[in-house]
Design a protein around this ligand. Structure first.
Ligand SMILES: NC(=O)c1ccc[n+]([C@@H]2O[C@H](COP(=O)([O-])OP(=O)(O)OC[C@H]3O[C@@H](n4cnc5c(N)ncnc54)[C@H](O)[C@@H]3O)[C@@H](O)[C@H]2O)c1
Length: 427
């Protein structure tokens, strides 16, 4: 959606093809199917201008195309490696219907060697000339449009001069401020994407471990974060501790790189640790929740703020909130959740096993405690007195460190956050 819409926004004619009939029909009716800040406006404008079309027919989609982007899912297979069946399936279908030169671009996150596999899958049936380019995507959900329109860099893996020219022209409007388009071979481009995501995941897990040490030695991770993040070599971003990373990319991409490394007989030890730390981190607050209720969670009712894996998206893939819900339900608790954008998606997965509320305050009614799983801006400065007066116990378990410790102390909360001094009171 973001790739197609942003290319249309710079004046290209884009036809998006998807096998999901319902999705395509909604999009053709002008109804956007994902929440992403700024996307709807661009989507509607380009739809109106007829630069953005949607179809379920691959044949229709590619008929007049000069460039074909494959932005297909690459979910983890059973062994953690990226499952290429969607990418290679479409590549094979393309081979059957191509008639002239096209540039086929792997936009999906795919393991090293995929460009060659895509080439082979197409070449099975198409004997004409074509190029396969690796062009990984680095946008962040939640700021995807901004990231796509003004990328820090564009990575293009190709050994074809002809494809290089086509891709340079396509991306020229996006790099007018001078951000680099970095050309390289296909394999390096493929690995760059996994290296980038795995490094960012490593930063988060590293900081989560620092947070655990902080808890043990009485340091404050927010201070440590500021102290280390001001060093330009380290950088301020991706240093926020919490209850683990989720989303559609980090968990699967880290696993896929571990698996790719194994295939060449290399044990990627750092990433094994990154994964383990993250798995544990999702449940980091849970012992504190149990201990507050003296190990008796059964029958307790929890308000849960935040379901999306991060703010400004409705994406709930691998969201820490879902792991929290599972644990609470397994222990016999009940949950009422609120999220500004992601509730419909959670309803699709969890259904009526939990209750949903229309506002953050309504979710608190009758709750024994509040758990915060996503740092939506609207959770940052709530009426804390109202929370204190609505909850049965003044207890907040904050997986995103939203509130200042002295404030919570003054208001008499039992307040547990990540990597900071616990503020305790008993039931
Ligand atoms: N979501 C992100 O922020 C992000 C960022 C960078 C890279 N990526 C990569 O981009 C790829 C796509 O990710 P996504 O989040 O957009 O996935 P998604 O699951 O939201 O969308 C993929 C779409 O492909 C469609 N599809 C499946 N099989 C098809 C077929 N045979 N023909 C046509 N359409 C088909 C699905 O119906 C779905 O609508 C993945 O490889 C992902 O790792 C995603």
């Amino acid at each position: 959606m973001v790739t197609g819409t942003c290319f249309a926004e710079t004046g290209n004619s884009v036809i998006c093809v998807d096998i999901d009939k319902e999705k395509i029909s909604k999009l053709n009716d002008g109804k956007i199917t994902i929440y992403e800040p700024g996307l709807e406006k661009l989507f509607l404008r380009n739809l109106r201008e007829n630069r953005l079309l949607f179809t379920t027919s691959l044949e229709q989609g590619i008929k007049d195309a000069e460039i074909i982007f494959l932005a297909l899912p690459t979910p983890p297979g059973e062994d953690g490696s990226a499952d290429l069946k969607y990418v290679l399936g479409v590549a094979e279908d393309l081979g059957k219907i191509l008639t002239d030169y096209k540039v086929i671009v792997d936009k999906s996150t795919v393991p090293v060697g995929t460009a060659e596999k895509v080439h082979a899958a197409i070449a099975k049936n198409f004997k004409g000339e074509f190029d396969v380019v690796s062009n990984p995507e680095f946008l962040r959900e939640g700021v995807a449009v901004d990231d796509f329109m003004k990328p820090d860099r564009v990575v293009i893996g190709t050994s074809s001069e002809r494809a290089k020219k086509v891709m340079s022209e396509l991306y020229a409007p996006f790099v007018r401020q001078g951000n680099p388009v970095i050309f390289m071979d296909e394999r390096s481009a493929e690995l760059t994407k996994y290296a980038a995501n795995s490094f960012l995941a490593t930063k988060i897990s590293f900081m989560n471990e620092i947070a655990r040490i902080c808890e043990k030695v009485g340091a404050n991770v927010d201070m440590v974060r500021r102290g280390v993040g001001s060093d330009e070599r380290i950088g301020k971003r991706f240093l926020f501790p919490g209850i683990g990373y989720g989303g559609s990319c980090f968990p699967k991409d880290v696993q896929a790189l571990i698996k790719s490394a194994k295939e060449v007989d290399y044990d990627f030890e750092i990433l094994n640790a990154v994964t383990k730390v993250n798995d544990d981190q999702k449940m980091h607050l849970y012992p504190a929740i149990k201990s507050f209720f003296k190990d008796d969670i059964k029958g307790k009712h929890f308000a849960l703020w935040g379901l999306a894996f991060k703010p400004n998206t409705d994406d709930i893939r691998e969201a820490p909130a879902l792991f929290m819900i599972d644990a609470l339900l397994a222990d016999g608790a009940t949950v009422c959740a609120f999220d500004p954008e992601a509730m419909n998606n959670v309803k699709g997965v969890v259904g009526d096993k939990i209750a949903y509320s229309e506002s953050r305050y309504e979710a608190l009614e009758g709750a024994d405690a509040l758990i915060i799983a996503t740092e939506w801006n609207e959770f940052r400065t709530p009426d804390l007195s109202r929370i204190a007066n609505t909850l049965k116990n003044k207890a907040i378990f904050d997986g995103r460190n939203l509130f200042e410790l002295p404030t919570m102390q003054k208001l008499g909360f039992h307040y547990i956050s990540v990597g900071r001094e616990p503020i305790t009171s008993s039931l």
